[in-house]
Design a protein around this ligand. Structure first.
Ligand code: MN
Length: 148
């Protein structure tokens, strides 16, 4: 795991986002950040392998069963990003307001990202229950839906 892509996209003298490093300990955090960038989306992040595996979800995490939303995988973020909220300055990557929409712990139930499918539970303030993320053929795009 590496944060090279994440760090290459940002100028840490301009943005208040953390530079971060790959962690050894896994505390199974998840976070959903509402990101008012050029277009509003929700960033969904799962702590795994020392980083936050990340997806941009334009319509947010589905809260009702039977609803499928697109989740576009983006670069791994540092675990410290879990606590990040603030305004990414104009002209910088991802410029706009970031707010923490929900956070808590997650647990893997079945599958792996490598296999392209995971079933997992979320214990957040808003999100509670089980979800599935399934990778599409193009690898970058995933579908997220509530399982129960
Ligand atoms: Mn974003």
């Amino acid at each position: 795991m590496s944060l090279k892509k994440y760090q290459a996209k940002r100028k840490f003298i301009k943005t208040t986002e953390p530079k971060g490093k790959v962690r050894k300990k896994n505390l199974s955090h998840f976070v959903v950040q509402k990101h008012q960038a050029r277009s509003l989306h929700y960033d969904f992040r799962l702590e795994l392998d020392g980083v936050l595996k990340s997806w941009a979800v334009p319509k947010g995490i589905p809260e009702k069963r039977g609803v499928k939303h697109l989740a576009v995988q983006v670069e791994d973020h540092p675990v410290e990003y879990f606590n990040f909220s603030g305004i990414i300055p104009e002209g910088e990557y991802g410029a706009g307001r970031v707010e923490i929409w929900d956070k808590g712990k997650w647990e893997l139930i079945k599958g792996s990202l490598k296999e392209g499918s995971i079933k997992f539970s979320l214990a957040g303030e808003r999100l509670k229950g089980e979800w599935v993320l399934v990778q599409l053929k193009d690898k970058k795009n995933w579908i997220i839906f509530k399982y129960q």
